[in-house]
Design a protein. Structure first.
Lengths: 398, 225
């Protein structure tokens, strides 16, 4: 290929103007690092949040409708401040959700003491059927409570208050709601849409009913086995429960998560676009040095054309030059992006475990591809100009 | 067909349209060049020598009239065809040597060969041509700036010869050399012509023109003798 000699000339021209070429490449390096590091940071953010939410992405959560007609159904509430779901509501939800598991949830918050005479604290208290607890919560320590005197607690609750398996918790003011013995510590769940147990106490439904005089539910969580069924289950519940009036709100957690991730994705795109602006500036610098290169070599172009170089070959020579700047700049930028991504993840997320995952590394590829593409695009006009010089005028050029 | 002229000009006119009015650089020029001839073209500044050289080198096309290079009419050729014709049929030698500063001697010489073949340089062919212009082998890896004017012009001659052109077009080939070096280059030209190369040389130097066998003199865009 005669392309070989034109590539060689382009390579030597980059080398002979090393300082100028390096400065142009520096722009590309900065652009690639900006795009890739921002992308890596955004992706790491998404993965971090996604990790803390992934346990709740398979649920449909049914709560009493807020802001509408406060009663009509069940038998629980009656006032705007005590919206609940009745046993009958729960059974209807359970029936339309079958074979998926519907878990009724009772929740409150109360004062409690960790031993007689100790300081009072306030924490969330959940009441769940003992049979449902393993479907919803996983333990990192101890066992599930079967009897009404036992409870399990969230890991943050346990850490914060130095609670261990076997500890006793007095619920209510001076323990007036009773005493529960801790049988297990729940695995950390992070932010959750169904039950947020990290700082909570989870007791049995029967104990909860007795302690708080309740016979209704605050929400029903439907764990959907096949994630594709989430919309079907959601609409089946809505259809069943909201026949006449809107009496329940039904939330598909996956959809909510999708919205969250979409927002994070937009943030990532936005910050990467800011990085892209620096790449455009680098592109202008490439355009500038390519124009200089053409202007300096007008006579050389004239000689080439006069002795038989075709326009496309002259054009290719300058595009090779732009590509060399782009490829070397992008490769250096790609390597530095890993370092930049590492630094930015360490500083902002205190965590680098999402740096070497494909969805993060792809941002380096995006940055490098953008860098090379920008260089080629910015090389097109100078190359076209060189190729279309009149050989006679070019030969006369001094 | 082997006896057909390598170049024919038939009533060639070249007019440059300028804002101040058209300038007729060549006005009805007709001549032909037979294979193996050594012709010098002479004329004062502004007589149309450069325009004639551009037309002979297929760098430009006539306004009217016809030019044939080895029987090929160039008038209606596309830029790609004209470029290929320059590459395959014409060898150029310039006053200022015009070697590529980024390439060494051997690469400069084989450059047109690579353009023609589209392949990697045939270094042996390059060496062979460089030997024919009597350039020392030790200089083959040098860049043009490391060569003297005479050596550079020999490299330029070798580059012009590498594709076995039908015509060697020379523009003041000794204009930038001292008289002794210039004489060496002219001896080389004479030797090439003796071996069969057709040479057309534009010069304003009568002494150099005397190396040729025929002289075309132009003035005001016309052939005067």
């Amino acid at each position: 290929m005669s392309g070989g000699i034109f590539y060689e000339i382009a390579k030597r021209n980059v080398r002979i103007h090393l300082l100028r070429s390096s400065l142009a490449m520096l722009g590309i390096i900065i652009g690639v690092v900006a795009i890739a590091s921002m992308g890596i940071l955004g992706n790491s953010l998404v993965l971090t949040v996604s990790d803390s939410l992934k346990t709740v992405g398979d649920s449909v959560i049914v709560t009493p409708h807020v802001g509408g007609n406060t009663r009509g159904f069940g038998g629980g509430g009656g006032s705007a401040t005590s919206l609940t779901l009745s046993e009958q509501d729960f059974l209807q939800i359970k029936r339309v959700s079958a074979p998926n598991v519907a878990i009724p949830v009772l929740q409150s918050s109360d004062r409690m003491q960790l031993g007689v005479g100790s300081d009072e604290i306030v924490a969330a208290v959940y009441g769940l059927n003992p049979d449902d607890i393993p479907d919803l919560l996983k333990l990192k320590e101890g066992g599930y409570s079967r009897g009404n005197s036992g409870c399990i607690v969230g890991s943050k609750f346990a850490d914060d208050h130095n609670v261990k398996v076997g500890s006793r918790i007095l619920i209510g003011t001076d323990g007036n709601k009773g005493t529960l013995r801790v049988t297990g510590i729940i695995e950390e769940r992070g932010m959750a849409f169904d039950v947020s147990t990290d700082s909570a106490v989870v007791a049995t439904k029967d104990w909860f009913d007795a302690a708080y005089n309740r016979n209704d539910y605050d929400k029903v969580v439907v764990k959907v086995k096949n994630l594709d069924d989430l919309p079907v289950v959601k609409s089946a519940i809505e259809k069943q429960m909201n026949k006449r009036d809107t009496v329940v709100d039904v939330m598909d957690t996956r959809k909510t998560m999708d919205t969250i991730f979409q927002a994070f994705g937009q943030i990532t795109t936005f910050v990467s676009a800011i990085g892209g602006i620096s790449m455009l500036v680098a592109g202008v610098s490439i355009l500038n040095i390519m124009m200089m290169s053409v202007t300096e070599r007008i006579k050389e172009i004239g000689i080439m054309r006069s002795i038989g170089a075709q326009r496309k070959e002259v054009m290719a020579m300058f595009l090779y030059e732009a590509a060399i700047l782009g490829i070397i700049g992008s490769i250096i930028g790609g390597v530095m992006s890993l370092l930049g991504g590492y630094a930015i993840s360490t500083l902002m997320l205190q965590n680098t475990k999402y740096l070497f995952v494909p969805s993060s590394l792809i941002h380096i590829m995006y940055g490098m591809t953008f860098g090379i593409t920008i260089c080629l695009i910015c090389g097109i006009y100078p190359a076209w100009r060189a190729a279309n010089l009149n050989p006679i005028d070019a030969l006369r050029h001094e | 067909m082997s006896e057909q002229p390598v170049m024919v000009f038939q009533d060639v006119t070249k007019v440059y349209p300028l804002p101040a009015g058209d300038v007729t650089a060549l006005d009805g020029i007709s001549f032909q060049v037979e294979r193996g001839e050594f012709i010098s073209v002479m004329g004062p500044s502004g007589s149309g020598k450069s325009t004639l050289l551009n037309l002979m080198g297929c760098l430009d096309v006539p306004t009217t009239g016809d030019i044939f290079i080895s029987g090929t009419r160039i008038r209606d050729m596309s830029d790609i065809e004209l470029t290929s014709l320059r590459r395959d049929r014409i060898g150029f030698i310039f006053q200022y040597f015009n070697l590529f500063p980024l390439l060494n001697t051997l690469e400069n010489v084989t450059f047109p060969l690579m353009l023609k073949s589209g392949k990697k340089a045939d270094a042996e062919r390059g060496r062979q041509v460089l030997r024919s212009v009597q350039l020392e082998e030790s200089l083959y890896s040098h860049t043009p700036t490391e060569l003297s004017g005479g050596q550079q012009q020999r490299v330029a001659v070798a580059r012009a010869l590498i594709n076995d052109p039908d015509i060697l077009l020379c523009d003041e080939p000794t204009g930038n050399l001292d008289s002794k070096t210039g004489a060496g280059i002219m001896d080389l030209m004479t030797e090439l012509n003796r071996k069969g190369t057709t040479i057309i040389m534009v010069t304003h130097d009568q002494g150099i023109a005397e190396y040729s066998k025929r002289t075309i003199r132009i003035a005001d865009g016309r052939i005067v003798s």
